[in-house]
Design a protein around this ligand. Sequence first.
Ligand SMILES: *Cc1c(COP(=O)(O)O)cnc(C)c1O
Length: 355
Amino acid sequence: MNTEKKHKLEITKAKESKIDSVDFNNLSFGRAFTDHMFSCEFKDGKWQVGKITPYEPLTLDPSARVFHYGQAVFEGMKAFKDQDNQVWLFRPEDNFNRINKSAARLAMPEFPKDIFFEGLTELLKLDDAWIKNTKGSAMYIRPFVIATEPAISASPASEYKFMIIMSPAQAYYAGEVRVLIASEYSRATDGGVGFAKAAGNYAAQFYPTSLAHKEGYQQVIWTDSNSHEYLEEAGTMNIFFRINDTLITAPTSDRILDGITRKSVIQLAKDNNIDVEVRPIKVEELVNAAKDGSLKEIFGSGTAAVINPILGFKHKDFKHELPKQEAPYSAFFKEKLNAIQYNLADDPHQWRYKI
Ligand SMILES: *Cc1c(COP(=O)(O)O)cnc(C)c1O
């Protein structure tokens, strides 16, 4: 293998590409990974030299703290290729800032910005052939940090690994989504880690979500943990409600993740003269709006699906199917966001980041 030094980054290229073994017309989300990965270790109190190497399994000591105490945080972002084969990221500084915010909450060290952007840029350049410019194609990027120190005493680790892996993705279609509004389980609590992209937040919602599956609902809408009266998140997505022509979403808090898609939708609504209210919204208000016909749409927002329309919901014994809209807001926002992401529209807020 030939190893070259680039700035502070060490790059070891894969001997051959496995790209031919991947069927780009039949990708299931997050299963195929590109030829290379980025990693950087934290030890002796500092981040070491970042490395790009062939994608391969890790070797970790079984006592690595991540396996025992769950010090693990991650991000989800995407790269898009335009018709001139130029690659773009979407608001990547926000992902960078957020992974450090998540890390700080889990007593993990913050990652340096220059190494993050250098590693990410070089990785995208090396695996450029994996990014397709066909409609809906994108590269899903997964940065994450785990505690690797081999020691099972219950305290924060002194050694970590920061990594970036990448998985080619097609337009994400989540299938028909109906949701169950939580009235028993909770995803996050005041003073907890709900705002962080902590791996454990996902682990905690798999079981209640599997109960929802059994009832025929694909996702759970989480409510506040104190009273279960306020609508908060859709688990892997933020959530928007359209009542008449007003868009409503809950304010971010300890319990609600500050989604980049969410804040982009709020900005696009303002840019396009759509009334948007960021305020607590009660389950009761939703149910009443469903009953009197003023509830027009519910949709989730997140990097993977961008916008995911929701077809119906259940809360306790109340079931509701949403009416079909001629010009749904969900489709409007998805198109606006995609147009910016694929460099097909102006970018007045400088959300695109050129690779
Ligand atoms: C990642 C995530 C979102 C969506 O955030 P984006 O930045 O829009 O991808 C929403 N809620 C939770 C709990 C998340 O983990």
